[in-house]
Design a binder for this molecule. Structure first.
Ligand code: KG4
Ligand code: ZN
Length: 327
């Protein structure tokens, strides 16, 4: 089946046409209109501007991707995310479903990130997913497909948000995560001993705001610090916390697959260290290209709903900025 997928929950207007069947997936066509150049000036995503830009881009991007093809189903991110962006994607998807009389499926953005790993390989269950992005840092136990249980989450900032806020202190452009990891490669991880928040607590939750504050104080007190060393030590602290909590959950739940997804999964140090520490346990993470928000992952999640005929009639589909998928 041909799936037309739309993702507009943050600052990317992303559309993909994916052929999906039992044998696997083929991306037929995809396009993402990024708004980063505009939001950069404000140091973060401005919801009002995001909504306007999605509205301007959505039809040209859809037209280019479908290129006179007609899909069999439509999948769209319905939440969680910025309401200004979600509304544009959801209303566009509903309009096409109505006009073409096609089945429609609303996808949870987190579920999309989880399925982003299935482009090449399939999950075995139970699976444990660490989803770390600009808006989320969550450990999710997936006993079987579609059954999600949140076992841990950040109590304050998301991991990507912490990367971005500290990058701002260093005068790096938004989003600063990729720049920090680039500089970190050239630095010494042992130069600064940043705190590893909640590492020894008996739960699977995270907290990154203390790390952010200590980065702020360190820079204030040591303005001469080598930025590479600072980035290496800071990145190491985040990676240590994410990995140690994930390994603790692996020990308790004994999953068949460990999934690392979300924008922060693009971080090479994180993916390489986690894979090594898992010591042979099946490890799936998306191709770097599909770590950050994209419509291909929404198509992959859409396929699993489509084979269960889990569709929503177009009048009933709503954008839900706080949608949670957990039991
Ligand atoms: O999943 P995503 O595209 O959007 C959300 O759903 O939030 O994630 C974006 C986040 C940003 O915070 C960005 O700084 C972070 O992912 N990110 C990284 C790297 N690449 C992207 N963080 C650390 N290292 C990277 N290489
Ligand atoms: Zn995301």
């Amino acid at each position: 089946m041909k799936i037309l997928a739309i993702e507009s929950s943050c600052d990317d207007t992303s559309v993909a046409l994916v052929e999906a069947n039992q044998a696997g997936f083929a991306v037929l066509s995809e396009k993402t209109a990024s708004q980063i150049e505009v939001h950069k000036k404000y140091g973060g995503v401005v919801p009002e501007i995001a909504g306007r830009m999605h509205a301007e881009k959505i039809l040209p991007v859809i037209e280019e991707v479908i290129n006179k093809n007609k899909p069999d189903i439509i999948a769209v991110t319905a939440g969680p995310g910025l309401i200004t962006g979600l509304l544009v994607g959801v209303e566009a998807a509903k309009t096409l479903a109505y006009l073409w009389n096609l089945p429609l499926v609303g996808i949870n953005h987190i579920e999309g990130h989880i399925y982003s790993v299935e482009l090449e390989k399939k999950n075995d269950f139970p699976a444990l997913a660490l989803v770390a992005s600009g808006g989320h840092t969550e450990l999710i136990l997936i006993k079987k497909p579609g059954k999600y249980k949140q076992i841990g989450a950040t109590r304050d900032d998301a991991a990507g948000e912490c990367f971005d806020k500290v990058a701002k202190l260093l005068d790096f452009d938004y989003p600063g995560g990729p720049k920090i990891s680039q500089q970190a490669k050239l630095g010494n991880i042992d130069m600064i001993n940043f705190p590893r928040p909640m590492l020894n607590e008996d739960n699977f939750d995270f907290s990154f705001s203390g790390l952010k504050t200590s980065a702020l104080y360190y820079l204030r007190d040591h303005p001469e610090i080598d930025k590479n060393d600072f980035c290496a030590s800071f990145e190491q602290a985040i990676v240590d916390v994410l990995i140690s909590k994930t390994l603790k959950a692996v020990k308790k739940y004994n999953p068949q697959t460990v999934i690392l997804a979300g924008g922060v999964s693009a971080n090479k140090k994180l993916r390489q260290t986690l894979e090594k520490k898992l010591n042979g346990i099946k490890f799936l993470t998306p191709p770097i290209k599909y770590a950050m928000d994209n419509a291909v992952m929404i198509a992959l999640a859409g396929y699993y709903h489509a084979i269960k005929k889990d569709f929503t009639p177009w009048p009933d589909l709503k954008a839900e900025p706080n949608w949670k998928i957990y039991e």
